[in-house]
Design a protein around this ligand. Structure first.
Ligand SMILES: Nc1ncnc2c1ncn2[C@@H]1O[C@H](COP(=O)(O)OP(=O)(O)OP(=O)(O)O)[C@@H](O)[C@H]1O
Ligand SMILES: O=C(CO)[C@H](O)[C@H](O)COP(=O)(O)O
Length: 410
């Protein structure tokens, strides 16, 4: 018989006030029960109070694999998410019939939630208190922990929504436990309680020069911001970025570092990128990718008969290193591809990719050739990390399936 515990908290929004007795219901599957409890908060209470919610929980302990993706705003999290969900197949969409400004994306296998939804202060509140969204004081980590833990344990939650259009905290949305939960945003590895329940974590480390170029391109073209206001916003966020966001990279199992190229002396255009994939050794269910020979130090210029390269060319590097005192393997690509179909040549020299067939990396990259970064190491390494996450998920599922069998044998 399943035992479900619904934790309650008394945060400002989406608070569970009362937990009612449990009851089993016929329409639920074997080993599932339904718990009726009541949520309400500042907003719903103002509108007349307590809102009943239904939470379904599954028996047998942890079901959901939880992945954390940390990065500053405008650093490619959404693009990465699109590549990741594509590896699992099916389209990722906002919850059907829900808030049109929801930040959540749901596909058959994955649910991606944006941690901006745990802002405890809305835009006006932050302005009044003089804090940025990066400041822990503007975020509700207790609720984040409770809800991510509940989802990992197979319990649905009523997650708040931060509305980026209005800058307000909207009424919550129901999130059911998926097979894979991705928590993406500013602080997935900030709170030790949340960090400890992640099955795998990734940090997108975009150097200041590149971040600036991307933000200008997007915020000027798509959001109508002026160059001055973009510069001012980056400067205003920098101290909090350095204090609260950047330090999380030491906890990541994989870091994708994006730097200016070294192939063009004193490059200031920022179009050609040097990208490093830093992969921690000894992480359960994750074995790093390598180039030619596991553990050797390699420098490789693939341009020539099999790979078309225009100026400034392409250079790969691979080798062991240390990162925040931990042993890592680092794969690096500087430059960009001229012809994406020729990527198969590079793919055939990489090992431990966790592909299901020869050429799967190239196929994924060609499928999303229009995504930003598809001609360089950002797209390549995001795709590789996506495949490694699929592999990690499959290993966890296989291990769980084998466990009762092993226990019965003993
Ligand atoms: N690999 C890349 N190469 C070039 N430009 C990129 C790359 N990734 C992202 N960008 C640029 O950065 C912008 C932001 O990307 P994206 O929306 O994926 O970031 P985000 O971290 O989800 O942003 P936010 O948190 O602000 O929603 C894109 O519009 C694009 O211009
Ligand atoms: O750093 C951010 C994460 O995306 C945003 O700036 C933060 O969520 C605040 O959002 P907005 O600018 O819409 O008020």
């Amino acid at each position: 018989m399943a035992i479900c515990t619904v934790s309650t908290s008394h945060s400002l929004h989406s608070t569970c006030y009362i937990s009612a007795p449990t009851r089993t219901t016929a329409h639920l599957g074997f080993h599932q029960r339904q718990v009726i409890f009541y949520t309400g908060g500042r907003r719903s209470a103002r509108r007349g109070g307590i809102v009943p919610s239904v939470v379904t929980c599954a028996a047998g302990g942890a079901n959901t694999v939880v992945i954390g993706l940390a990065a500053d705003s405008g650093c490619g999290k959404s693009t990465f998410m699109r590549r990741l969900t594509s590896v699992f197949g099916g389209a990722a969409e906002p919850p059907r019939g829900g808030n049109p400004d929801s930040n959540t994306l749901i596909s058959d296998t994955t649910t991606v939630i944006c941690l901006d939804d745990y802002h405890s202060l809305d835009r006006t509140g932050r302005k009044e208190k003089g804090v940025t969204a990066l400041d822990p004081a503007a975020n509700n980590f207790d609720l984040m922990y409770e809800q991510v833990k509940a989802l990992k344990d197979g319990i649905a939650v009523e997650k708040p929504i931060y509305n980026h259009v209005t800058g307000l905290l909207d009424p919550p949305e129901l999130i059911k436990p998926p097979k894979i939960l991705v928590i993406e945003g500013l602080h997935p590895m900030f709170d030790p309680r949340v960090r400890d329940i992640l099955d795998f974590s990734i940090y997108l480390d975009i150097s200041n020069e590149v971040k600036f170029a991307w933000k200008i391109q997007r915020d000027m073209a798509e959001r109508g911001h002026s160059l001055e206001s973009i510069k001012a916003s980056i400067e205003a966020r920098k101290p909090d970025f350095d204090a609260y966001i950047d330090p999380q990279k030491q906890y990541a199992d994989a870091v994708i570092e994006v730097l200016p190229t070294q192939l063009i002396p004193d490059d200031n255009e920022g179009k050609v990128l040097r990208v490093k994939l830093v992969m921690k050794e000894g992480v359960k269910y994750f074995s790093p990718v390598y180039l030619f020979d596991d553990g050797s130090t390699i420098s490789w210029i693939p341009c020539g008969r099999k790979l078309t390269c225009s100026y400034p060319g392409i250079k790969f590097a691979y080798g062991p290193d240390t990162y925040f005192g931990k042993e890592v393997s680092v794969l690096e690509m500087d430059g960009q591809f001229d012809r994406l179909d020729e990527l198969i040549y590079v793919e055939s020299h990489l090992s431990n990719l966790s592909t299901k067939f020869y050429g799967e990396v190239t196929q994924q990259m060609l499928k999303h050739a229009d995504f930003p970064g598809s001609n360089n190491g950002t797209g390549l390494f995001q795709t590789i990390v996506g495949l490694k996450i699929r592999d990690l998920y499959e290993q966890i599922v296989a291990e769980k399936a084998a466990t009762p069998l092993e226990a019965a044998k003993a």
